[in-house]
Design a protein. Structure first.
Length: 190
């Protein structure tokens, strides 16, 4: 059995997790595939009791070591957020995203020229208590269609992470393949 150490507890509390045991699971003896599945199944964000990373940390999110790279915390937290998953189109490009406010998100995407485009239009959206997780699963389902686009935002060159070169129907099928029947019944198409 692994142990949720005092250092783990202090780290998690520092990052806003007041009851660390609510967010963690003992992954002793599990492979990466196994603990990632357990995190998803048990709706936990952190696994402990794992072999040490290169700096000796024994805790992971489904993405990696949060103590080495705290961006994994935001990524893990986002995957458990409620909200809307949306499909937007601009020419040959398709964007699958997550937002608490879809219209505002697309307004900003067009304002800043997300992926070098300024005419994104919402084609479909659905609300789910697991929207962040659905977005990430849909991205994985469309991995063979990724369209990496670089663009400038506030003077910095960035790469888009949620843009695909596929039809609307392909994107919709990907979303439908990763949602429950209850979530699928709430899809609104425009």
């Amino acid at each position: 059995m692994g142990k949720l150490t005092v250092k783990h507890v202090a780290f998690l509390k520092k990052h806003g997790f007041e009851n660390p045991s609510d967010w963690t699971l003992d992954a002793t003896g599990m492979t990466r595939v196994q603990y990632r599945a357990a995190l998803s199944r048990e709706r936990k964000l952190f696994a402990y009791g794992l072999p040490p990373c290169r700096l000796g940390h024994t805790m992971r999110t489904s993405g990696g070591c949060p103590q080495c790279d705290t961006s994994y915390i935001a990524y893990a937290r986002r995957s458990r957020l409620p909200g809307y998953v949306y499909i937007a189109k601009c020419g040959q490009l398709t964007k699958i995203g997550f937002s608490q406010d879809v219209l505002d998100r697309l307004y900003i995407a067009n304002l800043v020229g997300y992926a070098g485009k300024r005419s994104w239009r919402v084609r479909a959206c659905l609300y789910s208590p697991n929207a962040g997780q659905i977005e990430l699963a849909a991205h994985r389902a469309l991995s063979s269609h990724i369209a990496t686009k670089t663009w400038e935002r506030n003077g910095v060159i960035v790469r888009s992470k949620e843009v695909f070169r596929c039809t609307y129907q392909t994107a919709l099928d990907a979303v439908l393949s990763v949602v429950t029947e209850a979530d699928a019944s709430t899809i609104e198409e425009f």
